[in-house]
Design a binder for this molecule. Structure first.
Ligand code: SF4
Length: 381
């Protein structure tokens, strides 16, 4: 029998205290920042000033914070904005509309984020954990296991950093303002629950407290941690829930998404429908199309029966095979037939675009490739 994946709960799935990064402004809400600044012997309003530079102007260089007294700038920036993410590699593809970033964290872990520009919006895909404990066999990150949860600020800083890249006009053919965030990078967001929810609150709080994004433009993806889905529904947030289903039957899903051994398809979908009812948000059902594994017509029909009449939309994802993997993407005719059957069942269905393929676009592939110095600690932990 396949062993269950580690279900990470704070602090750390293996019971160890992970080496968390230094405290950062984005770990705290505005009152918390004001209290900290006061402790540092500065007037409380400095918290708003620094927050405005970081979230409002996307500035982190103390020399550019000219409304702060010169003597206090470096110290305040050092205390409130320590470096959390060090760029290791940044790669562009899709004629500059997609940029993928690999970061080194303070403890050497590697995580990645992707910035995607469209004519009407700019989206970042961010990581919530270094590695992942969910062990999905077709996923590069899942092969490496979990290193640690990211801090709230490490999560937020990916979006703020890439918002700055977008604002510089570096994303071809897109508006300069970051508008959407998806938690679909490395890790299972709901396994790092409290930090991810705090990160969402920073992303949606208006500047200077946060980045001022619309809650409706945030998507949290999960393999189906049922208690956490129910908890998220009670948070008074109207973010989109994306459920990585990948199979409509327990027999296959037990293999593809091992957490299914704990929470079955019916339980996960019940939690998703309750989430939709509470928030009024349509649930996104993510389904990676894997050749001869989950792409049979009868599975499309079964999925159609499970979803018909529900507040749901299916996102079919052409699998991006990892190097050396036994999993491959479904042929296009098979994919088209799957879509047709779902639509015939009355289920809204689209096929996701395949941004970033030429730069190891599937989650975890860039980190799995390591950095240019050959250190791939995150991938091998
Ligand atoms: S697919 Fe997502 S949840 Fe599964 S192992 Fe990969 S990162 Fe983790």
């Amino acid at each position: 029998m396949t062993s269950l994946p580690l279900i990470s709960v704070d602090p750390d799935a293996r019971g160890r205290r992970p080496a968390m990064p230094p405290r950062h402004l984005a770990d705290l809400d505005l009152p918390g920042r004001q209290a900290l600044v006061t402790e540092l012997g500065e007037p409380a309003f400095r918290a708003k000033q620094v927050s405005n530079h970081y979230f409002g102007r996307l500035v982190r260089d103390p020399e550019r914070m000219t409304d702060l007294p010169a003597a206090a700038r470096k110290r305040l920036a050092g205390e409130l904005l320590p470096t959390l993410l060090t760029p290791v590699r940044e790669l562009a593809c899709d004629d500059g509309a997609t940029r993928k970033a690999l970061w080194r964290l303070h403890d050497g872990s590697l995580v990645e984020s992707v910035l995607m520009g469209y004519p009407d919006r700019v989206t970042v895909c961010i990581s919530s954990q270094a590695g992942c404990g969910m062990a999905c066999p077709f996923c590069a990150t899942g092969q490496a296991g979990l290193t640690r949860n990211l801090s709230t600020a490490e999560i937020v800083d990916q979006a703020v950093y890439l918002a700055g890249v977008a604002a510089s006009g570096a994303v071809a053919g897109s508006p300069p303002r970051l508008s959407h965030v998806v938690f679909m990078g490395m890790g299972e967001p709901l396994a790092n629950y409290s930090r991810v929810v705090a990160a969402i609150r920073r992303l949606v709080a208006p500047a200077p407290e946060g980045l001022g994004l619309s809650q409706r433009h945030i998507t949290v993806s999960t393999v189906g941690l049922v208690p956490a889905i129910r908890r998220l529904a009670s948070e008074d947030l109207s973010v989109t829930l994306a459920l990585s289903l990948h199979a409509p039957d327990d027999e296959l899903r037990d293999e593809l998404v091992p957490v299914n051994q704990r929470w079955k398809v019916s339980e996960v979908l019940d939690a998703a429908w309750d989430y939709a009812a509470t928030t009024g948000r349509r649930v996104s059902i993510e389904y990676a199309m894997i050749k001869d594994v989950n792409d049979q017509p009868w599975r499309a029909d079964l999925l159609g029966r499970l979803l018909a009449g529900k507040l749901a939309h299916v996102n079919l994802i052409p699998l991006n095979p990892t190097p050396g993997s036994r999993w491959d993407a479904s042929p296009k005719p098979v994919e088209r037939e799957f879509v047709r059957r779902l639509r015939d069942a009355g289920v809204s269905t689209t096929v996701r675009d395949t941004r970033g393929r030429e730069i190891d676009g599937a989650c975890g592939q860039l980190a799995a490739a390591g950095d240019t110095d050959g250190d791939s600690r995150a991938a091998t932990a």
